[in-house]
Each structure stands twice: as C-alpha cells, then as structure tokens.
Design a protein around this ligand. Structure first.
Ligand SMILES: [Zn+2]
Length: 202
C-alpha cells in the first residue's frame, strides 16, 4: 500500500467515523499511521494532502483529504469532498500566500511554474541532476540578491519599507524548470504579486 493510499484510507475512515468536522493533529496522525501500518513519522507529511495547500515539488495527482487549519491541525474532510476555498503555499521561512483556488474539490493553481507541472518525484530528481546548482538559493544568496536590488521589486518597485503588506521573493529569471540556474545573474527580486503574475508558461 502506498503512502498516498494510506493517507486516503485514514482520512476517509476518520471522516466517516467522526464526520467531516473532525480535526486531527499531526501527532495523532503519526500515532495512527504507526499503529495501523507501521509507517514511521518521518515519511508522513499530511500537508501534501490538503485541499487548501500545495508544497514545493508536489504533484497535483496526490489525493486531497484534509483541510489544513494551521498549527499542525488538519480537518478530516476525506476524499471526494466538494471543498471550496483558497489554496495556499508557504515556503520555508516565508509567509504563506495564495496560489490558487479549490472549486468543488478540484484544485486550480493559478500561478507559479512550480505548481503547473505534474512531474513525478523521479522526474524532479532527474531535473535536479541536469543543474549545476540547487533549486533554492541559500539564505546568504537570497539576502545578497535582495540587497543588490535595494529590497525592491524589480518590476513594479514595491518595497516593504514603504508598504508592510509587500512581500519580496527571490525569483529565477530563466525558470528552474527550463534549465535556469540558481546564480546571481539569473535571480531577481520580485514582489509576490509580480512573481505570481509571471509564469514560465508565457
Ligand atoms: Zn512587483
């Protein structure tokens, strides 16, 4: 049984038993997985299986069974739930932002090249091998790019210094998925609005 199947089975069982308002914590899920399948907690990431969430490198083919509520809590909606609401992404160390919408359980990702592809993990690994650099800039490089660009969006000039709502991202000019490397010359500072207006589909 694959991890995807286990996640689907557990969420479906919980939602049938307790109703789709039932909230489970990450800790509880770890315990259920261990008891039921002997699956270790290191391989369990329920946030990959949420109607309202996408993560880096995730394939959209994964079953959706939870609503992420924050603070390690998941509502057990089960598969085939007609979920309606925003889809969020939260990169490590950054604030979460909206990347799409879920309509009657179908996820529509409106932006960001990372989430368009339906790559399998193997393809992502393979693509990684075609690069000299790793996909995510280090904190140091990220900071250097922000500093070089004067902490302003290269497209619209928005700056968190002037408007605290502005969120700056370090973006690949030639997208990683098209062979762009994570090097100074291929990175730029964009605000979240300009970043997600841009996609490598253009
Ligand atoms: Zn901008």
């Amino acid at each position: 049984m694959t991890l995807d199947d286990q996640m689907k089975e557990i969420a479906d069982e919980l939602s049938i038993k307790y109703g789709s308002d039932y909230v489970v914590t990450l800790k509880e899920l770890y315990a259920i997985f261990l008891k039921k399948y002997g699956t270790k907690e290191g391989s369990i990431n329920p946030s990959d299986y949420c109607y309202n969430r996408v993560n880096n490198g995730i394939t959209l083919k994964k079953p959706t069974v939870f609503e992420y509520l924050g603070h390690g809590k998941y509502r057990c909606l089960g598969s085939n739930y007609p979920y309606n609401g925003n889809i969020y992404h939260k990169p490590k160390g950054q604030r979460e932002f909206i990347v799409g919408t879920c309509i009657n359980g179908d996820r529509i990702i409106a932006s960001k090249d990372d989430f368009f592809n339906e790559d399998t993990d193997t393809n992502i690994d393979k693509r990684q091998n075609d690069h000299r650099t790793s996909r995510n800039p280090s904190m140091k490089l990220r900071f250097e790019i922000l500093k070089r660009d004067n902490f302003k969006c290269c497209v619209c000039g928005a700056s968190p210094a002037k408007n605290p709502m502005v969120e700056l991202h370090v973006d690949h000019i030639i997208p990683w998925s098209r062979g762009g490397e994570t090097i100074e010359e291929n990175l730029q500072t964009l605000c979240s609005l300009c970043n997600y207006g841009k996609s490598n589909m253009i």
